[in-house]
Design a protein around this ligand. Structure first.
Ligand code: AMP
Length: 391
């Protein structure tokens, strides 16, 4: 029988949903985005085989209930629900079936991602309430990186911080890296466990990962998704001494500084214009130096991180770009690679503009291989949910 799977990504003020047929997880039949939940201007937009939109005050629970009510014809054969979980700590090396025990374990992990995991867990609880008796599966952004060796995941801090407080680097965007590395292998017609890749996931959140023989061996993100690259609103790497300096100089509290680093930094903070890459490219083209400053710094830092990650691989089969920026901006890809000066990348201008040929290639034949591979985290969550529930 043709059953369906619902993928749920529950964030602080949004819920993203995707409904798949179990016989075809390549593309969802219905997608939904509920935004500004619990605040002014809340709206729910549903597209695909069923489409409607609703603009009224609602919270997460009401948005989900409205979706279930309106799409009930499509949910008759719903067999399982897959959830995106940002942090799985060290407890979860792979996707897992949600039980009362695993939920209790997940609660403990939440201290590691207080901005994200509680919202993800709320999504699980709401689904258990609104759609009882269906199995729920958790798919973690961190689990793909559990193969990182200690030398890559330890910080140079007292070791008992790790033993007592789980302070270590975890890495995120793992579901994306898992999808993109498998898709790269498929397109290159090579076994995934044979490939050495440097992947840059550049979206509103940005990170990069070194993959050796199919496994993550290092990632730019750390204990939280704040470390590493400059992002839309997140600072990426900073000197922790900056915090004390700013507390003293500006009188800001730790909480205020953390908000600044998470929400008012990155491309937004550097430009003072926007966190959105498209907007910044337009402002730069119009001659605004603040936009150029932000983009130059962004590209320089990405190149530095990619080069550092590549020191971990004896050879690199491909550099792969993914995420909203990585998949769509020929200009940013070109500028990043131009900043990676010790390797002579040669992009094919036409292929770069076209976001790759059928294999995703944007480099000239016979030069270091550079690919653009669109990510699909929802598809990966749907596939894991299928596998774990044995559907
Ligand atoms: P994501 O979080 O993966 O959806 O990526 C969002 C980011 O991708 C935003 O900064 C967008 O401005 C950026 N983006 C999407 N399309 C383009 C494009 N055509 N050119 C440049 N940036 C883009």
């Amino acid at each position: 029988m043709d059953q369906s799977i619902l993928v749920v990504n529950c964030g602080s003020s949004s819920v993203k949903l995707a409904l798949y047929r179990t016989t075809d997880t390549a593309a969802p039949i219905i997608t939904a985005l509920a935004e500004r939940l619990g605040g002014e201007g809340a709206r729910l937009r549903v597209e695909g085989e069923k489409s409607f939109s609703c603009e009224e005050a609602m919270d997460h629970s009401q948005a989900l209930a409205t979706f279930i009510e309106e799409c009930q014809d499509y949910l008759q054969d719903l067999a399982a629900i897959g959830h995106r979980l940002v942090h799985g700590g060290e407890a979860f090396h792979e996707s897992t079936l949600i039980t009362d025990d695993s939920l209790a374990e997940l609660e403990k992990v939440s201290v590691l991602a207080p901005l994200h995991n509680p919202m993800n867990l709320m999504g699980i609880r709401l689904c258990r309430e609104l759609l009882p008796d269906l199995p729920n599966v958790a798919v973690f952004d961190t689990s793909f990186h559990q193969t990182m060796p200690a030398q890559a995941y330890l910080y140079g801090v007292p070791y008992d911080w790790y033993e007592t407080h789980q302070v270590r680097r975890y890495g995120f965007h793992g579901t994306s890296y898992r999808y993109v590395s498998a898709e790269t292998a498929r397109r290159l017609n090579r076994p995934a466990d044979d490939l050495n890749l440097i992947i840059a996931h550049l979206g509103n959140g940005c990170s990069a990962c070194a993959i050796r023989q199919g496994q993550s061996v290092d990632s730019s993100m750390g204990l939280t998704p704040l470390e590493g690259l400059i992002m839309g609103t997140r600072s990426g790497d900073i000197d922790p001494g900056l915090l004390e300096h700013m507390m003293r100089e500006s009188g800001s509290s730790m909480a205020e500084l953390m908000t600044a680093l998470n929400r008012n930094s990155g491309l937004l903070g550097l430009s003072g214009i926007s966190n959105d890459m498209r907007t910044l490219l337009q402002h730069e083209a119009a001659g605004e130096p603040a936009a150029k400053r932000a983009l130059d710094t962004f590209c320089f830092r990405v190149a530095r991180q990619l080069a550092a990650l590549s020191s971990n691989l004896s050879s690199t089969d491909a550099v792969v770009f993914t995420g909203g920026i990585g998949e769509n901006s020929a200009d940013i890809r070109r500028r990043i690679l131009a900043n990676w000066r010790n390797i002579q990348f040669r992009l094919n201008t036409a292929l770069n503009q076209a976001n790759g040929d059928e294999s995703g290639r944007i480099s000239e034949t016979g030069t270091p291989l550079v690919l653009v591979i669109p990510t699909d985290e929802e598809q990966m969550i749907a596939q894991d949910t299928l596998k774990i529930t044995g559907l």
